[in-house]
Design a binder for this molecule. Structure first.
Ligand code: FCB
Length: 485
């Protein structure tokens, strides 16, 4: 009873939108007693106040835009990396990619026909600030402005990610995320972008999968910027958190109507053999991949087991800055990570294929909707978690163009069906999930694997850039129709 009265008070006394009330409460709960956390949890249970569930699709700037040399865009670390021989399969790059820069009107039409209510895209930092700081590129902002206007005219809510790995090369030359200065550079870029687009874009995602950027980019070296240095890896991990915290603070000060969040890909480690060493390393993976980003954000702390390795990079006040109230958590989920101890690896372990007999996608990633369900419950229960959006989920299966001119991608449909069932089950159990963004709207440049892995529900015929909706596109369209109140 007490909790119900509390909930009504928030609505009436503050007289503000639920999201604002939620933010005030979340901030309050960070600073005050546990009983308020329980009240807050109750407030977040799905209720009649909740907006309709948002169905969407997701993409990222470097993977789809192309036009890398057009209209004043500066180079990013991914331009440098993909143009370095041996880094990307078949030496592919994203100079043209899906040519979305020129075809965004058609792509919006595809989304409109699909019936989505939201679209998650990312801003190319070097398109709007070619040197990363300072000088703005008007034409770069104009592109995103046209995109956002087109989306809104189609009734599609834009969710803009500020950093999906394509750091301006000019900033990498100054140390990139290895330098502490990145937190100021990133906050300034966030504010400058929000000042241009924030009258129309309300949902802002700070980072996409920081664990991938730090681990694959700075320890394993298989993603840009291709660094293999364990000290750099820990510095980058911390600086990503710090940059995120500073950007959230700066954006809050810019516009209180913003819904601010970040995207983590929560993928737990599991030992691939029966050794004690691999069991320990699976826990280490979970720490490095999930805990190192969930902890600083929600609790202002790093997992104890890896804290000594991060400590040299943490300064006084940092963990207060990383712990910011957010309005939503973006969860990406693809697979569980099979881990084998390897003392000669920089991080102490290797990631290996799932054991034989386990269902997998054509990327070798385990298909396991139950794991997705458990991850959602765990995040919800363990952290004082704000509403969740599934900001990415999907699968690569090799598609073939049939004689009838269609792409019958039954495996992708089966995959999506299983994962959506898992998500719906978590919602029924009280996990406050507000939307689902399918990865991806269309086939695109899949980082170091180039154009081979096709994740789209729309095929892109790369020689012509023609878009051909796959069967999964029509399946998702019908699913959305059947699940929209
Ligand atoms: C995620 C990335 C996204 C895409 C999918 C398949 O890790 O965020 O850009 O590569 O994987």
């Amino acid at each position: 009873m007490h909790l119900v009265i509390f909930k009504i008070d928030i609505q009436v006394v503050n007289g503000m939108a639920l999201s604002d009330g939620r933010r005030v409460l979340h901030k309050f709960s960070l600073e005050h007693s546990d009983s308020f956390k329980i009240a807050l949890q109750t407030l977040r249970m799905p209720s009649s106040f909740n907006p309709p569930f948002l169905w969407g699709t997701a993409t990222a700037s470097y993977q789809i835009e192309g036009a890398t040399l057009e209209d004043g865009r500066g180079p990013s670390v991914w331009d440098t990396f993909s143009h370095t021989p041996g880094k990307v399969e078949r030496s592919e790059n994203a100079d043209i990619a899906c040519d979305h820069y020129h075809r965004y009107v058609d792509d919006i039409q595809l989304m409109r026909d699909l019936g989505v209510g939201a679209y998650r895209f990312s801003i190319s930092w070097s398109r709007v600030l070619p040197e990363g700081t300072g000088r703005q590129n008007q034409k770069g902002f104009d592109f995103y402005s046209r995109l956002v206007d087109g989306l809104l005219a189609a009734g599609i809510t834009p969710f803009a990610t500020l950093f999906h790995w394509d750091l301006p090369q000019a900033l990498q030359d100054r140390g990139g995320f290895i330098s502490r200065d990145i937190s100021g550079w990133f906050a300034d870029y966030a504010v400058q972008t929000a000042e241009r687009l924030g009258d129309r874009v309300k949902h802002w995602i700070m980072l996409n999968e920081p664990s991938v950027y730090s681990l694959l980019g700075h320890a394993l070296g298989i993603h840009a910027p291709g660094v293999t240095d364990v000290t750099a890896f820990f510095a980058v991990t911390h600086h990503l958190n710090l940059a995120q915290g500073r950007a959230i603070q700066a954006l809050r000060a810019t516009d209180s109507s913003f819904e601010l969040g970040t995207t983590l890909n929560i993928q737990r480690g599991v030992p691939a053999d029966k050794s004690k060493a691999s069991a320990l390393m699976a826990e280490r993976h979970t720490d490095l991949w999930n805990g190192c980003f969930l902890g600083p954000l929600f609790a202002g702390e790093y997992p104890e087991r890896v804290l000594p390795e991060l400590a040299p990079h943490i300064q006084e006040g940092d963990l207060k800055a990383t712990r910011q109230p957010i309005d939503f958590l973006g969860v990406n989920h693809y697979f569980r990570v099979y881990v084998v101890a390897n003392p000669s690896s920089l991080i102490g372990y290797d990631q290996v294929d799932p054991p034989p007999g386990i269902p997998r996608t054509d990327y070798g990633w385990e298909i396991n909707p139950t794991e997705f369900h458990e991850v959602l419950l765990e995040v919800h229960e363990r952290y004082n978690c704000p509403p969740i959006y599934i900001t990415e989920n999907g699968a690569f299966f090799t598609d073939t163009l049939s004689a009838d001119g269609k792409i019958h991608d039954e495996k992708r449909i089966e995959f999506l069906d299983g994962y959506l069932k898992a998500m719906q089950a978590a919602r029924k159990q009280g996990v406050d999930i507000r939307g689902y963004f399918l990865w991806s709207l269309m086939d695109n440049f899949e980082w170091a694997a180039g154009y081979r892995p096709t994740f789209g529900i729309v095929r892109v015929d790369f020689p012509t850039r023609k878009r051909i909706p796959k069967d999964s596109y029509y399946w998702y369209r019908d699913y959305i129709r059947g699940h929209t109140a």
